[in-house]
Design a protein around this ligand. Structure first.
Ligand SMILES: [Zn+2]
Length: 385
């Protein structure tokens, strides 16, 4: 009798749970166990971000659900194992495109947030997603632009195009132009860094006089997404096996880093001036602002240049990074920032900038428009000649 009851209960659970379905058939999606633990009656979806054998950190989640009850709130329960991983302000969308923040509450190892469903499908993510598909669409929109050259000749380990986008005014001789390198997304979960880089590119093409001057005086070499394969797979990327991308610059094992080093060597023979590597903090971090590393300068002229740069940034942004720190090299491998500082002594500076997921300088949660402004103000702080 007991067995029959158990079988009956299992059948009921299977039927009711089957009404909640997972949507994860898109680039950059990540979830592990959401459907198996979904509870239709309580409208509750418990989940864990998925890891594969090359990834060690389950920071990133991004998936949709459908088939839930529309007559009450949905409760999402994220299971996590590191206090820095769960977002304080995860994002939600009803169409898979436009996202907004909700507040999450952390207790024990569960990060809980609620959504009032106003459509049949709800998408949730650690933060504003930025997929490889989105980058490809953005790059297509630049095709034929007078100021932009697109190099998609080099491939990732997985056979996807790595984009190198060069911004300059080709009508001005390149003889005296300086070169600025900007890279982002060495760590796949750090989606927000792509909005910073998009903000930079929008500004360069804005037609503003200050942007035109920069295009006359500089060549901006931008690689907006480095660890593309992990972005597509929806993995977190950072501290991945066998080596983190941003610890791989001494003697690289990743095809993508070999390519970047070759590009920088070939395309920076003269007047290489600055290097920026754009990252994000962990979503559960408490830095409350942007912060900036510069690796090896120890108070020398490059440190002064860096500080002067952030003073100029302050004039436009009305805030400075909360932390501007001169760090020692990482013990577990060489970063891009350190590699460029050491190899290219002519640089004014080489730096890593970390963006935050939480509260911005206005005391509200960072929005995409804030990341755009951050990108724009970084470039405005680069002085035209
Ligand atoms: Zn990073």
């Amino acid at each position: 009798m007991k067995l029959v009851f158990l079988c009956f209960s299992f059948l009921i659970a299977t039927i009711t749970n089957a009404q909640i379905k997972l949507v994860n058939d898109f680039d950059n999606a990540n979830v592990d166990t959401a459907v198996s633990v979904a509870n239709y009656h309580n409208n509750t979806i418990a989940f864990t971000p998925y890891l594969d054998k090359f990834n060690t950190e389950n920071v990133w989640f991004y998936f949709g659900v459908t088939g839930f009850r529309r007559d009450t709130i949905i409760t999402f329960l994220m299971d996590y194992n590191n206090n820095y991983y769960p977002p304080n302000y995860p994002v939600v969308s009803f169409n898979g495109k436009d996202f907004f923040n909700v507040k999450a509450i952390q207790r024990g190892n569960i990060n809980r947030f609620y959504v009032l469903p106003v459509s049949d499908t709800v998408y949730v993510s650690t933060g504003y997603p930025y997929s490889y598909s989105r980058l490809k669409t953005f790059v297509s929109s630049l095709a034929g632009n007078h100021y932009v050259a697109i190099d998609s000749s080099q491939l990732t380990q997985g056979g996807r195009c790595i984009y190198l986008l060069s911004f300059t005014n080709p009508s001005v001789s390149s003889r005296n132009k300086k070169t600025v390198w900007i890279i982002a997304r060495q760590h796949a979960f750090e989606s927000l860094s792509n909005y910073v880089v998009e903000g930079m590119m929008f500004y360069l093409l804005s037609g503003e006089e200050s942007a035109e001057e920069l295009l006359n005086d500089y060549v901006f070499r931008i690689v907006p997404m480095v660890d593309i394969d992990n972005v597509v797979a929806g993995q977190s990327g950072r501290m991945g096996f066998p080596r983190d991308f941003n610890r791989d610059w001494q003697s690289p094992i990743h095809t993508e880093i070999v390519t970047l080093q070759k590009w920088i060597r070939k395309k920076s023979k003269r007047h290489y001036d600055m290097f920026f590597d754009i990252h994000c903090t962990y979503p559960g971090g408490t830095s409350t602002n942007v912060f900036s590393y510069f690796d090896i300068y120890g108070g020398g002229s490059c440190s002064q240049n860096m500080n002067m740069f952030w003073n100029r940034f302050y004039k436009f942004a009305n805030y400075r990074p909360k932390i501007i720190v001169d760090t020692v090299p990482f013990a577990d491998g060489m970063s891009a920032d350190f590699y460029n500082a050491r190899k290219y002594k002519q640089l004014q500076f080489s730096t890593t900038i970390e963006c935050d997921w939480n509260v911005n300088s206005h005391g509200t949660v960072w929005q995409i428009s804030d990341f755009y402004s951050l990108g724009e103000n970084i470039l405005k702080a680069i002085p035209a000649k």
